[in-house]
Design a protein around this ligand. Sequence first.
Ligand code: BTN
Length: 248
Amino acid sequence: MRDSLAPEHAEPLLTGLFGRPYVYQESCGSTQELLDTEMAEGALAVCDEQTEGRGRLGRSWNAPPGTAILASLLLRPPPKRVVSEISLVAGTAVAEALENAIGLAVQVKWPNDVMLNRRKIAGILAEASDGAVIVGIGVNVNQERGDLPDDTRVPPASLYTIDGVKRERVPLLAAILERLEQNYDAWVGHGLDGVYDSLGSRDFLRGRRVEVNGENGVGVKIDRDGRFLLEVGGEVRAVESGEILYER
Ligand code: BTN
């Protein structure tokens, strides 16, 4: 299936303020570069192909043209809010929308991965700029197994490699935006408490043996301030940032 995320397909399915304006290019370097921080909150940049897609920690994010959701959303959170929480809010929204589409449990791996069958199905990249936050969302939808990177620490998957179904991306994108707008409004009003029932129940690292910044322990949970709690030798430590390695 080679569907298109062009506005004539996507805009009729958008139900809220997110996705307006809808900035589309068939091919771009990175959707993170297409938004102007002067635009309205909810502005969305979408491409069917990225030539310089970015992941966290300076990594790249690649997908064959027309196979993935590649989108960036402009948010303008209230002052003094912790930007890293937005990755969790967005990850939760993506997990909810994908779970609804595929009918399997989808989890959030702190701080920014979305997991299905213990594989990474989507990633979030939140970048602050001029009081705004540009939230990049990459979802693996129709890639074949050989299209997925083989050099990642977390094994990747697409919805297609999980259940063998090729899907139209536009309804998925619309569902993600709808959930994200609801979750973001809840977060603006109540902080992480506003999404914590869903986030807490999707916590991939809870109870897993993990290594963080060279320290080994057991994941306790994501707390209500968005930190990752880790138990090391009977003591619980709060991790604010970092990358988690885990036992499969
Ligand atoms: C990660 O897991 O490392 C984050 C991946 C984020 C990828 C998305 S794809 C759309 C947007 N544009 C980019 O260049 N990156 C993000």
